[in-house]
Write a new protein. Sequence first.
Length: 273
Amino acid sequence: MSHIHRTAGCLAAALLSALAAPRDAHAQRGAAFVEQDAPPIEPQSGFPGLFDTEMAARGGVVADMPWLSISYGVNENLTVGTNVWAALPTAWGAPSALLMARYRHFSSARVTSVLTAYGGYAHADALAEDGENARAFILLGTSNTTVRLGRRHALTFTGLAGRFGLRIEDEDVAGLYEGGSLTGIGVAASHRFSATDWLGIQTTVVGFPVLIGEMDSTSQLATVDLGQASAVDLLAARLLFQFRAGRWLLTAGAAAQFAQPIVLPWLGAARRW
């Protein structure tokens, strides 16, 4: 059908956007079920991100721009969040949401581990033509573990598994549809260097040993195992410079996909309350 190439492009764009999203920092450590020394002061402290083990402070709020992600610290070991952009279509009668929950299940003087779940659903009619309805969803789970190598250096290892899907249905012809999904299992490694209390540098490399794309329509079903591509094709990297000014964290950097190559610049800001 006419939308197959467009759907594939949307899936690829969603993957690159997820890799480029850089919300980073170091957690406020809790007392319940954790026992450790006071953490060193770092530029990234208290700003939860995809490839770290950070938590919002108990009762604290963190807002990340321009993504407009908002995180709230329920307690020392549980942070929940949402995304304002994802929820905006609800105001026009199209229910949409993107939610996050992070639980810190282990923390010691040198090692911290968290589990994070992301889930979202949206009306994506901007991708549809007249007489069509479009729906998109995303499910993602991550397991992050940070190991401190000293006061200024830390390594974070991430395992992630997720699925993104898009379905476009014809309003006039029952049962006529097309869509696609992208399912993957990935691993990532990040090194964080805190040069001073106000300047941090983070590098991240991400790979997807399992990546399967599926195009589905009323007339056909096609599955492509993207994991058969070369290792370089499925690798991406990210470099971030982070500057702390009071309750603000300013971020500048870039993410790159090696095969194309595609480079996405990034400028962002986050604030704690």
